[in-house]
Design a binder for this molecule. Sequence first.
Ligand code: CTP
Length: 384
Amino acid sequence: EAKELASEKGFFLYLAGGPVRDALLKRASRDLDLVLEGNWEVLLPELLAKTKGELLFKSQFLTYKLRLPQGFTIDLVTARRETYTGVASLPIVEPADHKADILRRDFTINALIYGLTLPFEEEVVDLVSGLKDLSEGKICPLHRDSFIEDPTRAFRGVRYKVRLSFNYAGDFYLALERAKEVEAFEKLSPPRLAQELKLFFSKEPLENLFKLIEDSDALNLFELSLLKKRALKSSDIDILGLAIKELKPKDREKFFLLFLIELEEKSLARLGFFPPEREKILKVYKIFTKEYLENLDILERVEAFEKLPSYVLLRLALEENLRHTIMEFWNTLRHIKPHLSGHDLKALGVEEGKKVGLILREIRRRKLKGEIKTLKEEKELVKA
Ligand code: CTP
């Protein structure tokens, strides 16, 4: 539909970036990026009507996200020129032709476009030797100041290297050096850094996770970004698996960020955790030593764990000395609760609200200790 509408209006339409790269590599691609040399606003009303699509959002970079009823989303991009005014700052954008749109991109393998309409219908447009680099497995930035303009590109480069088993080439290391010289990574804003790191987890298969982290580490990217990276252990994978299975998407993202770093003020702030959340995380991290937890009675321990957001609890479980206690809670203890409810207790003659609470806690304590199990035993305890 977009192709027909663009042709009618005399605009030029292209497929660009990831989908072109992946199609040439015969890999499945998740995204669809359509680039228009023209004005999407002119096409949008009819495009939405014809596809029964929904406009999800419009960004400051002249892009639109469209959700189709078939269940997938498409990025509608306006061919644009980007002008960078400062190190690691967001660019000023203005509509431009396909050449400028190619030249604003991160790596040569991502700078290939495929014509869907005239003047390059069914042709790959390759202005920067992207096809050659793709066949030789090279990750080359388009120019040596690429990472000064956008330091997240270095992390993107790591993702492509690991995902495609490619190698850094061309000006990659020079671009890194130049970005280092002007402290571009330090200047990257916390939300942009956090967003980029979340892509490690959301865009890449999990078995690549350790490789992504090792590779970023080898390039010193964490250190340059002012993060203190945590020493990873192979046993972490189990807890990561639990987080993926059991946490809500937003909590999972936070867990992943905490998974990467040492729990310390500086790194938490660097990844955009707000002061109250930082304080809370650091407070429990400080208090919850093995000795402290062992001195709590079993119910107090369960209640203390229950008060924590689950992404914090699972992060604490990555600490060797807390792992066993937290996993015992996570796998079994948290599910042990009284059969009887407050309602039942009132029916059994316990009038006072405060007493109901006390008795329910006592039932749970004894169940956690394994002293009682059945409903009958719970009722006997209430009578007593
Ligand atoms: N791009 C860029 N610099 C960035 C982010 C994106 O130049 N910091 C360009 C690249 O040309 C990229 C395109 O925008 O191909 C689309 O970005 P994105 O959807 O993030 O990446 P994909 O290429 O689709 O790759 P992935 O498979 O990692 O999603």
